[in-house]
Write a protein that binds this ligand. Sequence first.
Ligand code: ADP
Ligand code: MG
Length: 695
Amino acid sequence: MLTVNTPVEQINKIGKATAKKLQKLGVQTAGDFLCYYPFRYEDFSRMVKIADLQAGMTANVRGKLEFIQNKRSPRQHMFITEGLVRDDSGQLRIVWFNQPFIGKSLHTGEIVSLAGTAQGGFLGLEMASPEYERLSSLASAGTHTTGIVPMYHLTANLTNRQVRFLVKSVIGLAFQVEDILPAAIQRTYHLLSLPQALQNIHFPQSPEMLERARRRLQFEELFLVQLKAQVKKSEFKSQRAEAIKFFDKETKSFVKNLPFELTGAQKKAGWEILQNMQKGEPMSRLLEGDVGSGKTVTSAIAMYNVALNKKQSALLVPTEILAQQHFETLTKLFKGVDISIGLFTRTSRKVVSLKSYDLQLNVSKETLLKAVKDDKIDIVVGTHALIQEDVEFHDLALAVIDEQHRFGVAQRQALRAKSGETKIVPHLLSMTATPIPRSLAQVIYGDLDISIINELPKGRKKISTFVVPEAKRAGAYDFIKKQIASGRQAFVICPLISPSDKLGVKSVEEEYKKLNKNIFPHLKIASLHGRMRAEAKEEVMQKFLSNEIKILVSTSVVEVGVDVPNATVMMIEGAERFGLAQLHQFRGRVGRSTHQSYCLLFTASLNEQTRARLDTFARSSDGFKLAEADLRQRGPGEVYGTAQKGFPEFKIATLNDYALIKQTKTAAESIVAAGVEKYPKLLEKIKDEGEYVVG
Ligand code: ADP
Ligand code: MG
């Protein structure tokens, strides 16, 4: 007996060879067929009499084959299959090209159903290359020519006809598939039952039913991701964390002493974080803010309050350059405050006490580890080394992770596990400059609360962005010369480190040589890339920061977080090789002072779409808007796929339907609130689904 678990090779009419092909599509059992959703449909639901057919009309006609024959057309070097079909209203000429098997499989006198678009031919109305099938009677249901017909992604030598036929032969099993979505949720959100949805996703009764089927299946996918996140969140929240008291007076005075006024968005985000940490349950929050929106100082307010509570914070960053820079930034921000900060990377260790400004360089690892363990350091800034090495904290109460997309789940968990002997987990603040629209972030980071800084500090000038044609390259170099003459600095970004065979793709090594020798012989230029030793990188960054180096030729290592306010030109070679979000990150390296800044894009691509994409970028300076544009054009997998770990993969859901995302989130929350253990099937399902969500 056929069940959902029947292997495909045991299904009637499927041979070994076909089974192998199906395996390539991931279809191993009869049940898999049900979940092998079409990717599009042909609408043949208009059934007409032959006499009512008009040129340009796509429709289904049925009748008796008056004749059918194959003939060779020597002039056109092809086979032509010609036929004539008649119903009680008239007759229609049909023709296929180079498909002689059709002429052999259909026979004069048979009842056929045809679907396609009619066109005016030499001999009157005809249908060229229609979908066809034989029917036992004029009233029979068709599979390939009637109604809304599914089109599947195929693999070599499988046809839509085969797949359709096979799916149809097992579609009755839809009633055996277990429907795990709780009835109450199906009712609340007006969802089709699973069997109805499966039947209609393959063989829709109507466009409306197709839409409802799609919505039901998408709902389930999104719901499960959300549920998993919500379960994780509630488990995490059931642990204990230090309640961090908000020190009103001290915080106000810290903020007042900053060299700038916080933006409204910074204040709001800071407030959300402080509120969150006051509770005894652990915070798990994502701080999203465009490049240059001032996330560092926002997190510093949180770290300051932790220090005032006599507890420790860790600030984890992805690169040595950034660690160094954050150490210095915090040193400046906390000037005169009674706080001590440590820097811990693979190659560099420092400690500074800011009350008296006592800075120790080249601290030994042992000394630093001991100081951290003995609670002599309030804030430890570090790279991966911070989690890899056996750093023990005295009482870590807050872990801040900068540019969190560079870190995986395991690393975050390792950091959380560093809370020392207390068995109390630290609050977690993840920061990202990858602007992900809130609703999308709710799927990807469903287990995190989200704060967004959607406002740049006052006085920032819009960065003038141009796609520069190759003919104006010399002019661009002159422009850079002028900028440098007036005291500014420039970045030049290349897609590669070393020259490669890929024609026209610029590399740091080549460009550095060219610029240094031929273009800017009198200026100090340096190169920077990921293959350099950490000390060498740091030295270059230091010299660039102190304006000794005027032009920095670099790869995407400067993408993340680097802050050199005096730089005003960002020149990007091979711009087509970067995503919009990444280009936006590069652009964010300039425009960090009151000087007007510029972003110059060069591309070797003549592709129109690429041009359009770069033009979109040049026109918009809003990271969130760009992310949305990028998402529309390339889809989330492309935009965040490689950089973003833990991205869910969907069969049918998309991440563009924000209303549906919201509904599934609310639904998942309601299940967790009611107690997910009441739904053992759901629990089992989300356990099986693999690691979806980061946090
Ligand atoms: P990001 O959010 O990209 O990490 P940073 O924290 O590095 O941004 O801040 C970018 C720059 O803006 C820094 O030089 C910082 O001192 C400055 N800054 C931060 N907040 C403000 C503000 N409210 N007004 C003016 N400048 C600010
Ligand atoms: Mg930053």
